[in-house]
Ligand binder design. Structure first.
Ligand SMILES: NC(=O)c1ccc[n+]([C@@H]2O[C@H](COP(=O)([O-])OP(=O)(O)OC[C@H]3O[C@@H](n4cnc5c(N)ncnc54)[C@H](OP(=O)(O)O)[C@@H]3O)[C@@H](O)[C@H]2O)c1
Length: 263
């Protein structure tokens, strides 16, 4: 995720010399330095020392060590902290980093890797308007950004867009399998399913109509689409999607409680 963000920032015109990257994995740093002329270090405190903005992009499991390790530098310099770690709440980060820390918590998704991500962001009360707009411009480098006022919404966003790419991949797999059953070659079925998903999303993004209207327009009475859609409805498609998202949101809440309880 950090690599995608760095690529997006540089493509957006940010000066790579102002981007300091820290990673415990030297091979990872070497690969990154080959792609972008950023400054690299193995020491998180060195990376943070002169920073106005610190993006935390490590796995949730190692976040406590990383946050506690930079807490003294953060207290001294008071940079904006932008965390993209799933499940680590703002109070938990503040507990590790210091009570006065300005924190923006983000939930991006993997299409950020192709600059087509969807990120929800939540800012605590210590974040200034200027810091808010800096945080937004960082995540906008890899896709669209929306703000939420209530941190609890991050669990819902995790369920929808955070985990969402996997649901769509599953739907594409299912289309491919069904296409194969109908006699289409595997490769062709995959390509048709993929381009159909891409085309439908592009069409909806560029249209002023909502998805329901676009769907109704391609569903002629008595036609093939209507029969397929009816079959999906009869099979409980909407209820199943709803149950899946509720389950994901509940898992997100559980994970936040697990990380929070380690304070
Ligand atoms: N991938 C997604 O779709 C997605 C979506 C939303 C949010 N996120 C969040 O984004 C964060 C990063 O995910 P990712 O998939 O990019 O993880 P990742 O590939 O594991 O990248 C994290 C990097 O941080 C390094 N690292 C580990 N410990 C460190 C330390 N103490 N100090 C500095 N660097 C350290 C890791 O090195 P090693 O490989 O040696 O451990 C790795 O290179 C996670 O918190 C995740 O929850 C990801």
């Amino acid at each position: 995720m950090a690599g995608s963000l760095i690529g997006g920032l540089i493509a957006d015109g940010w000066n790579p010399a102002n981007i300091h990257v820290s990673d415990t994995d030297s091979a990872q740093l070497d690969r990154l330095a080959e792609r972008f002329p950023v400054r690299t270090t193995n020491d998180n405190r060195t990376a943070v020392a002169d920073a106005d903005v610190v993006v935390l992009a490590v796995k949730p499991q190692v976040m406590e060590d990383v946050a506690r390790g930079i807490a003294s530098s953060v207290a001294e310099r008071r940079p904006l902290i932008v965390s993209i770690a799933a499940g680590i709440t703002e109070p938990t980060l503040r507990h590790w980093l210091g009570d006065d820390t300005a924190i923006v918590r983000c939930m991006p998704n993997t299409p950020a890797m192709v600059q087509s991500g969807a990120t929800a962001m939540y800012a605590n009360t210590r974040v200034s308007d200027e810091q808010r707009s800096i945080a937004e411009s960082i995540l906008r480098a890899v896709g669209i950004v929306i703000w939420v006022d209530d941190e609890a919404m991050m669990d819902a966003v995790t369920a929808l867009s955070g985990s969402g790419p996997a649901y769509l991949f599953l739907f594409i797999e299912a289309l491919q399998d069904a296409g194969r059953e109908l006699g289409i070659s595997d490769e062709t079925a995959y390509l048709l399913a993929l381009q159909t998903a891409f085309g439908a999303a592009k069409m909806a993004l560029e249209s002023e109509e909502n998805a329901a209207t676009l769907r109704q327009r391609v569903t002629s009475p008595g036609g093939t689409t209507e029969r397929a859609i009816n079959t999906l409805h009869e099979g409980g498609f909407r209820e199943l999607v709803s149950r899946a998202l509720h389950a994901a949101a509940e898992r997100s809440r559980e994970l936040s409680r697990e990380f929070g309880s380690k304070q």
